[in-house]
Design a protein around this ligand. Structure first.
Ligand code: SF4
Ligand code: SF4
Length: 117
């Protein structure tokens, strides 16, 4: 019987969580560290972002072969902890972080960014 007030209170109160992403999306708070994006036109493939990333979410590939050249960044948003270290480290400012939430996804996809010559 001691639980009765708590049960009644919970029955009459609103849910404590939001049905994200379907409704009641709230604005990000100031300083929120959201999505990471790369500008391939600014990147010089130095690899600094991959070296400093604490969760190994970035791989930088620079392979020069006889018939092809692979200049690529692979970014795994599911490994990323959104710390912003890569953004602070990238000297050419090829990485940016906005204030938007990363959308949920049913598939764990790695983003591949091809860097032009
Ligand atoms: S994104 Fe920035 S830090 Fe990463 S490889 Fe390109 S230039 Fe270097
Ligand atoms: S925000 Fe942090 S965890 Fe995510 S890719 Fe950049 S350095 Fe790695």
């Amino acid at each position: 019987m001691r639980m009765l007030p708590t049960i009644v209170k919970n029955l009459l109160s609103r849910p404590a969580t939001r049905r994200y992403p379907f409704k009641d999306l709230r604005e990000p708070f100031p300083g929120y560290r959201g999505r990471i994006s790369f500008d391939p036109n600014k990147c010089d493939l130095c690899g600094d972002c991959a070296r400093v990333c604490p969760s190994a979410a970035i791989e930088v590939s620079l392979e020069i072969g006889v018939n092809r050249e692979k200049r690529q960044i692979r970014y795994d948003p599911f490994k990323c902890i959104y710390c912003g270290t890569c953004v602070e480290t990238c000297l050419p400012q090829a990485i940016s972080q906005d204030k938007h939430y990363t959308k949920p996804s049913a598939v764990k996809e790695v983003e591949i960014i091809n860097v032009p010559l």
